[in-house]
Design a protein around this ligand. Structure first.
Ligand SMILES: [Zn+2]
Length: 206
């Protein structure tokens, strides 16, 4: 094993230890305090099975940890989702059903174009959709960045420790990274679906 790998493993194990750091407040209490501070009347639901999210319509914040959990991942998620509640949905999130409607139409278009046209036509219809996915990804990433920065600021205020602050920063970086890697992979997979529809159209016409 080379030196870089050893250093990397050392960092990962250190970070793993840091995740056990306890904060002075449980995740549900933290979310409720932040909501109150910002004059919001959201409900906070803690369910182990659910993914953490903010439902603007139902005015509910879902957390995937027990309500009294005080470790980094739990309080970070609480502050992050509350950050979403305070910021409200981004413009594109508000019109998300329109976006998905367009995508469904686009899949049909891929099939139709494959049926009647040639290979070059695929790029003509794929590029606008790719651009749309690009815009959506940037929009949602900026939104996530805002909520994640809010969480970092809140948690840094809660703790004076140097190790805690470092752990918060690493957690922040991991959040930012996940929120760009996942949507990009998801968008690529959805674009590939279009290509499959196009291919189906081509095969059907033969
Ligand atoms: Zn988020």
């Amino acid at each position: 094993m080379n030196q870089a790998m050893i250093v990397l493993l050392h960092w990962i194990s250190r970070y793993w230890e840091m995740r056990k750091i306890l904060f002075p407040v449980g995740c549900k209490e933290l979310a409720n305090n932040l909501l109150k501070e910002n004059g919001l009347t959201y409900r906070v639901v803690c369910e182990a099975e659910t993914a953490g999210r903010c439902d603007w319509r139902q005015k509910t914040i879902y957390l995937s940890y027990g309500e009294d959990k005080k470790y980094l991942a739990a309080v970070f998620q609480a502050a992050h989702e509350t950050g979403h509640a305070i910021r409200g949905p981004s413009l594109l999130t508000r019109i998300l059903p329109v976006f998905w409607g367009l995508y469904m139409l686009w899949l049909l278009l891929c099939f139709a174009v494959g049926f009647v046209w040639d290979e070059a036509a695929w790029l003509v219809i794929a590029l606008p959709m790719a651009a749309l996915f690009g815009i959506r990804t940037v929009d949602s990433w900026l939104d996530e960045l805002g909520a994640t920065r809010f969480a970092r600021t809140v948690l840094e205020r809660l703790t004076p420790g140097k190790t805690e602050k470092l752990a918060i920063r690493i957690h922040f970086a991991a959040y930012c990274l996940t929120h760009i890697v996942l949507p990009v992979s998801f968008s690529l997979a959805l674009l590939i679906c279009g290509r499959i529809f196009w291919q189906l159209g081509v095969n059907w016409s033969d």
